[in-house]
Design a protein around this ligand. Structure first.
Ligand SMILES: [Zn+2]
Length: 599
């Protein structure tokens, strides 16, 4: 594979460079704007004299302010991610974060006052059609505002946030990123950081995988006290804040932010747990393919035999654009704009951070795609995934900024759907059954990671929050017991996690950073499975409704958006349909394994 053709992005339509004087002058202007906004509107929203015209003017000023604030922040974030070792970029990032907090303190009043408008006044102003585009946003803000405290209390929480929960979450990140893991390779002891040691779990050499797993456990062992203390503190803080804000269940605040009814999330979680046997069935197959009778947790990511062909970037571009074009020419044309206009950074560089993302800025500025392209079939899927996000953002650009971003459970719709299109394309292009088997198994394992693993973690979190509330401070052993029970349930008897795995919750960032974030992944993936099945049945008849769904951005709740496509997300059968498709893939893997003689 040739790497010289890998594109880098052009950020000059944001700022010329890290030392562009316009960054500072824009930040100064934003600070002044925020302060002027506060003086102009504070005390004028939650009052009986409120008019529709005044509220509209405030909302438009608020959006303009946010848009201006995002510009330097986005540039700093994007620029930093392509070279995290460059001190100037790191310093700019920190500067824009502090700028963000200083702007935020001027804006605290606005959400609060929206929540404090009396129902009679609110109904009166909302009868005016000029506010119709903001109804969804305002209704949702008011629902959340029912849990607000007084302004002075909220201000204290904002100003102390970096010395409470955020401080502990940051400590967890720092502890984990500073942990060094020792492993002996070829007779030599080596020190690895977390990502270097975890990548060894994907190695073909079982002995190396086992040693890496032992090393992870030993490294985490040293963090047991501090990470358990951090997690207990966060569980306790959430309990206290939930009580003050009148949330009766630990999950309630997340469900409300996600615009989802808790009963629906319970349905997703229960349906997934009832389908854990699909996971077990796959790992029994994997054990047979690998020729390992007793799979342990360090065999989960073992690669299958068979070579993966390298795919160079121009070829990847072709595959993705062709797959999108087969769905609809507009999808292909929108994707092409990302390549032609240099909105993609796919190069692999020394200081570049890992992973991939798509950054949406504002409705009137295009999104950017970030990734590290090394030419594996999986990278083609990643390219499709991130372009899917980008297309979602482009299509949603007719919404105003406050409705631009899809709510979390809907945020992965276009990305996952795009991956499906490209997966089918790639599979169709492969001629060798061994390569097909490897691709299908990769897809199955990715899907498990997104659906069943996230649901297992969600169920762990639910029990951990309740245990802290009922039992007081929890020991590492108690948390590890809950972790192990919930994670093992997924594998049944197909794979033994083993005692060594019991403490591995200690480094999971999501449970620390955003409680209950994880279920949105499972929700999104299964939703797309159902949509894709509908597309396969209906063909072109589905295309318009799909575009409509994406164009809606975050302007409606998940239940409304999916309802418009003719689905009921409260229905058990809807989610079972998604799980059935995963099971079909496992059956496909079994058939390919049999035909290639891999088992
Ligand atoms: Zn994504």
């Amino acid at each position: 594979m040739t790497t010289e053709a890998l594109p880098t992005w052009d950020l000059t339509d944001l700022y010329a460079a890290v030392d562009d004087p316009k960054i500072d002058s824009d930040m100064d202007a934003s600070r002044q704007q925020a302060s002027a906004f506060e003086s102009r509107y504070k005390g004028t929203i939650a009052c009986d004299e409120l008019t529709a015209a005044h509220l509209l003017q405030a909302l438009e000023a608020y959006e303009a302010l946010l848009a201006d604030e995002y510009r330097p922040q986005s540039f700093a974030q994007l620029h930093y991610s392509t070279d995290t070792a460059d001190a100037a970029r790191g310093a700019l990032l920190q500067k824009t974060r502090e700028f963000g907090s200083s702007v935020a303190t001027h804006l605290v009043f606005f959400d609060l006052e929206i929540g404090q408008i009396s129902p009679a006044v609110y109904d009166g102003v909302m009868a005016d059609q000029c506010l119709a585009p903001y109804r969804h946003y305002l209704d949702h803000e008011r629902e959340m505002a029912a849990h607000n405290l007084t302004e002075s209390e909220e201000r204290i929480l904002v100003e102390t946030s970096n010395s409470r929960g955020h401080a502990f979450a940051r400590l967890a990140t720092e502890v984990n990123s500073r942990t060094r893991f020792t492993i002996e390779i070829d007779g030599q002891a080596q020190e690895k950081n977390q990502s270097e040691i975890l990548v060894l779990l994907y190695d073909a050499d079982r002995d190396l995988r086992r040693k890496a797993a032992t090393s992870v456990s030993a490294g985490l062992q040293a963090n047991r006290h501090v990470c358990t203390y951090i997690y207990n503190t966060l569980l306790h803080e959430k309990h206290v804040l939930d009580r003050l804000r009148s949330y009766s269940q630990p999950e309630d605040s997340r469900h409300l932010a996600n615009e989802l009814n808790g009963a629906i999330v319970d349905t997703v979680s229960d349906v997934c747990a009832a389908n854990y046997d699909v996971v077990a069935r796959y790992y029994r197959l994997k054990g047979r393919i690998l020729g390992i009778g007793d799979l342990f947790h360090y065999d989960r990511y073992a690669p299958l035999r068979g070579q993966e062909s390298a795919i160079d970037f121009p070829q990847a571009r072709q595959i993705v654009v062709d797959a999108f074009g087969a769905f609809h020419p507009e999808l292909a044309a929108t994707a092409e704009r990302f390549f032609v206009n240099q909105w993609i950074d796919a190069a692999v560089g020394a200081g570049k951070r890992g992973g991939a993302y798509c950054a949406a800025i504002t409705p009137d500025h295009h999104p950017y795609v970030f990734m590290n392209y090394i030419g594996k079939p999986r990278d083609v899927m990643t390219l499709a995934h991130e372009l899917g996000h980008g297309i979602h953002d482009v299509l949603a650009a007719d919404n105003h900024l406050l409705d631009y971003h899809p709510v979390l459970p809907m945020a992965e719709t276009a990305s996952t759907f795009s991956e499906m299109l490209v997966f089918d394309r790639l599979l169709g292009e492969l001629t060798d059954d061994g390569e097909k088997l490897a691709l299908v198994c990769n897809k199955v394992e990715d899907t498990f990671a997104t659906v069943f693993r996230q649901v297992s973690m969600y169920r762990f979190e639910q029990q951990a929050h309740r245990a802290r509330r009922d039992e007081g401070e929890l020991t590492t052993e108690r948390l590890s017991e809950l972790w192990q029970q919930n994670m093992q349930a997924m594998f049944g008897d197909s794979l033994k996690l083993g005692d060594e795995h019991a403490d591995w919750w200690l480094y999971i960032p999501h449970i620390v950073d955003v409680p209950f974030y994880v279920y949105a992944y499972a929700f999104g993936e299964l939703l797309v499975m159902a949509l894709y099945a509908r597309y396969q049945q209906e063909g072109d008849g589905f295309v318009d409704r799909y575009f409509k769904l994406l164009s809606a951005g975050g302007s409606r709740s998940p239940a409304e958006l999916v309802g418009e496509l003719g689905f009921d997300i409260a229905d058990h059968a809807f989610w079972q349909g998604g799980c059935d498709l995963i099971a079909e893939r496992v059956v496909q893997a079994e058939a390919l394994a049999a035909s290639t003689g891999a088992v």
